[in-house]
Design a protein around this ligand. Sequence first.
Ligand code: SAM
Length: 376
Amino acid sequence: MDIEEGGLTVSVPEARDGASEGTGGGVFFNPTQELNRDVTVATLRAYRDREPRAASYLDAMAASGIRGVRAAAEGYRVTCADVDADAVDLAAANLDANGLDGEAVHRDVNALLYDEGPFDVVDLDPYGTPIPFADAAFANGRNLICVTATDTAPLCGAHLNSGIRKYGAVPRNTDYHPEMGLRTLISALVRTAARYDKAARPILSHVSRHYARTYLELESGARAADDCLEALGHVDHCEDCLWREATPGHIADPVAACPECGSDRVLTAGPIWLGPVADADFARAVRREVTDDMGEAKRARKLLGTVARELDTPTHYDQHRLYKEWGEPAIGMEEFVERVRAAGHEASRAHYRGTAVKSTASIPEMREAVLGDDAD
Ligand SMILES: C[S@@+](CC[C@H](N)C(=O)[O-])C[C@H]1O[C@@H](n2cnc3c(N)ncnc32)[C@H](O)[C@@H]1O
């Protein structure tokens, strides 16, 4: 069937989504990833101003080629790759039908990257984890590596052993699992890039629906890679009172008891990325590049606006969880954020979900700020 996306007409198979990902026959297509693709196109537009030399774009797991087609329409020199011959034919036909230059190749992307790289922009959009493709991408990418990961359960620590195996880190199942997952993913990607003496810094990231997406800008050089690794560290988290503390460094000192409530139920996660997951100015620039021909323009603008305003603390709180702990009915999110700010702390909403909030205040400080005299 033909669908319209971003002002282009693309032929795609029937939709496959969620649990059926990676299974079944036929070329893959997921219409609910339109937000991801709209943000990608806006990012490719904004990235031009940041790095005008970025010209080649590898749609590394092309399927129908819809990403590659949209990137080609933006003027990028596109290669669509897939191991599925039917996907390659469809991607080639879609480029052709839209009168766009670009090639579609029947190759394993790891081999392609080493044989034909470097590519200026590499876009990894696999089923599940991107890790099997990360070495080739960082070794043979020049400017920007775009990565989707849909294996959120391993990433956030819900499937702990799988997360440890895939990501070489210990993620922990907390009430800020979108952030835990994103920072576990970025940690693994940054450490992969460092193997090739490259710094990989996230300039935009979001966690939407069942996936994490991050855009990492590369800088070559051992010193740059060393500096980047400085932003890795650990988070200690109390399962009882929700206290948490981030500590930079490669080695975590064990925390025997929570300094807030004395509980011995303290989890340590790491190494995770403790630096910013987005560059606020770049997120604003990407937002300006969202256009009305995008089917998810409204959601993309909202998402990017929140990302641009979000504090870059490495954990977020769930406002409803806090109120549950406090035994009080929750107030509106805007009012909550305002009250915490009025008490002299930094606070923002977080894009992960409607009840996600970030603050430099501790939980007792937030409680005091929002409940005031009722806090005792
Ligand atoms: C999730 S789909 C890609 C979706 C597509 N990017 C989109 O936006 O609609 C993953 C694709 O990766 C392809 N793939 C899996 N392993 C690959 C490999 N080693 N090299 C290239 N493509 C691969 C699969 O055949 C499948 O078409």
